[in-house]
Design a protein around this ligand. Sequence first.
Ligand code: SF4
Ligand code: SF4
Length: 72
Amino acid sequence: MNEGDGEPPRRLVILARRCVLCRRCLALCPRGALRMEPDSAVVDPRLCLACGACVAACRTGAMAVERSPRLG
Ligand code: SF4
Ligand code: SF4
């Protein structure tokens, strides 16, 4: 894990405009990396493993795991 400050080379992205606040993703994240804000679910990249479990659960296509060679 040499990219950035310990961030994995893959990262979860959330498209807020597609989020319908169903909370399905929060319920199954093994890391507790997701939380709900007024407009969408948001992810804490320090906790997220980019495992994709939440992506599979999201029915609106609001989540995706992308390659991220460098963050910030
Ligand atoms: S599963 Fe998808 S639509 Fe539901 S809260 Fe999570 S990101 Fe939003
Ligand atoms: S990709 Fe995995 S670890 Fe990251 S928020 Fe989704 S379920 Fe949690």
